[in-house]
Design a protein around this ligand. Sequence first.
Ligand code: ZN
Length: 132
Amino acid sequence: MKKKIPLLKILVCIFPLFTIGMIFAFRNILYKLSTHLPACPIYKYFHVYCPGCGNTRSVQYLLKGDVLNSLKFNITPVFILILGTLAYIELVLYIFGKNIKIIPRKKIFWVSIIILFILYYIARNVWNIAAL
Ligand SMILES: [Zn+2]
């Protein structure tokens, strides 16, 4: 006899794929909408990149499928995309009975990631000042 797959498992598997498909289908509209966002007030008045500076342009390049140019403006969206993908894989494995951890759970790993991001945010401001 064939085993039935519960509806929740099907929804968990399909929903992210549906979301990605919708983003892909409406990527041009999303790109146009993102061009209407206001400039960062911190950069506008203090000429300093805040942690969010470049996220819009980074996502715009991601919508075009250009990961390298996306990384030039801000690494955060690509990092979140990778983390989200790994979390989604973990979730799918979990609902099918495999409790496999792909994302590291150790505190030292996450402290290291936070320190690296802080250094990144400082470094890009140093490069910005050097370029003036
Ligand atoms: Zn900013």
